[in-house]
Design a protein around this ligand. Structure first.
Ligand SMILES: [Zn+2]
Length: 462
């Protein structure tokens, strides 16, 4: 089969994105749009052009959040930083960062939660009608979601969730950039006529990982979804052992037993899909969590099943590498196993790294499996223990300024420990990368900072 040129390949992608409403029309572009719509390949744009776009967008975004976000404005004033202080690219490090924990620090009471959300939201929240007298957090989220705003969340291992409010354009930009990062990186493998297996249902979930994956459905002729169960924060909490009373403990048992039956059915369906695809010689992309693939491969091992997708398969993983409370799978071992069971070569097994606070995602390159950062829209940093930026080649806490979010300040100190490199040691894409194996940062030092934010915040509620 003849290989398409990259321009034609990405042109087809843009055509679909335009049809499905993910392209903001050029006459409406702000610098926040230019950083994602201008580069043809987000990982091949020259450093000079990228930095120019990025500086303009971050300056614009900072000024927007400074002027329109109650809590962020307070934080900036506390730190003595205002938009006029950001004059040149070297000034970007002055932009005040928000610890990710801050977005977890919500009140349990539904009505207070609504107030909390209105304080972390940039701009004016849509008026919502809260249906119940004493609403639960989940009900308030549903009420917001019917008003045009989307409250995206992440499941937390602690049972606490991170809530990030996103408006339509923020979702559009985030979805487009995540999709483009994947499609550009797997060039020339993608074509519209493929099958996508998506482990989790993108519809009907408020989890960002599901929401941001909705865009992928449009890129493939056929999508098969592994599980359609709508995962609620409560379910996640209960399944993680967070039951608070006897009734919840019973609910937890029911959830676990339903989950077990459901899992068996998922494995059965997955294997029959792969048999069909292999027989028909169709291309397939598996969008899965490593732990799920690991479970499938264990069953395949027991049953003596394997597939040959050496030409026609790709695996996109995301969502963490823990397979149990204690164990992580090393990436190389995972790729070796996938090759053994599916015949898919390592260059088509790519991991995505993202988080609910970030409006894009990083993706591994096929050549070296380093995580490439979309550097027109992200200014990455590693911080030392005092939360001061360190240089390239250092290990530290990952932080970033992300330019495309208009509904919340996406200037974040994450809870992850990374090693940031100026260039990929293996491939020739010019931008910065992270080493692929990412860990949670140790220590409690960030808590004081979150506490400071919480106090700031409680004042703004009055
Ligand atoms: Zn690379």
């Amino acid at each position: 089969m003849e290989e398409k040129g990259f321009d034609e390949y990405i042109g087809e992608f843009d055509k679909i994105m335009s049809e499905k409403g993910y392209l903001i029309p050029e006459e409406k572009w702000t610098p926040q749009d230019e950083v994602i719509y201008v580069p043809k390949d987000p990982f091949r744009i020259s450093i000079k052009d990228a930095e120019k776009l990025r500086f303009k967008a971050l300056k614009y975004s900072f000024s927007h959040h400074y002027s329109n976000n109650t809590f962020y404005n307070k934080l900036c004033k506390e730190k003595g930083i205002k938009p006029e202080d950001i004059k040149k690219p070297e000034d970007l490090v002055k932009i005040p960062l928000v610890p990710d924990k801050f977005f977890k620090d919500y009140p349990e009471d539904g009505r207070l939660f609504a107030i909390w959300l209105s304080n972390i939201y940039t701009g004016r929240l849509p008026d919502i009608y809260i249906r119940k007298k004493r609403p639960k957090t989940e009900e308030v989220i549903d009420d917001f979601n019917t008003s045009g705003l989307t409250v995206t969340l992440s499941s937390g291992t602690s049972g606490r969730h991170t809530f990030i409010p996103r408006d339509g354009d923020t979702i559009r930009r985030g979805s487009y950039s995540i999709a483009k990062n994947i499609i550009a990186m797997i060039y020339p493998f993608w074509q519209r006529d493929m099958v996508m297996y998506k482990q989790t249902d993108p519809a009907g979930t408020n989890l960002w990982v599901g929401k941001s994956g909705t865009v992928l459905v449009h890129l493939f002729k056929e999508t098969v979804v592994g599980t359609k169960i709508k995962i609620t924060p409560k379910m996640v909490r209960l399944s993680m052992g967070g039951a608070k009373n006897p009734i919840e403990r019973i609910e937890a048992i029911i959830i676990k037993s339903v989950a077990k039956r459901h899992r068996e059915k998922m494995i059965e369906d997955f294997l029959s899909l792969l048999q069909r695809v292999e027989k028909d010689g169709r291309k397939i992309a598996l969008v899965v969590q490593p732990s799920f693939m690991y479970m499938i491969m264990r069953v395949m091992g027991e049953k003596g099943i394997s597939f040959d997708l050496s030409e026609n398969g790709a695996v996109i993983t995301g969502g963490g590498w823990k397979i149990s409370e204690k164990d992580r799978i090393p990436h190389q071992r995972f790729r070796d196993k996938v090759k053994e069971y599916f015949g898919i070569p390592g260059e088509r097994i790519l991991d995505i790294y993202g988080m609910v606070e970030c409006n894009t995602a990083m993706i591994q390159c096929p050549e070296g499996h380093y995580l490439h950062i979309p550097y027109t829209q992200m200014y990455p940093m590693v911080l030392d223990e005092d939360l001061e930026p360190k240089g390239y080649g250092e290990v530290g806490r990952f932080a970033f300024l992300e330019a495309t979010a208009s509904s919340y300040p996406s200037f974040i100190i994450s809870g992850d420990e990374v090693k940031l490199l100026e260039h990929c040691p293996v491939c020739d894409r010019p931008g910065p990368v992270l080493e692929p194996e990412i860990k949670r940062a140790k220590g409690e030092e960030i808590r004081g900072c979150a506490e400071e934010m919480r106090r700031l915040f409680s004042i703004s509620e009055e």
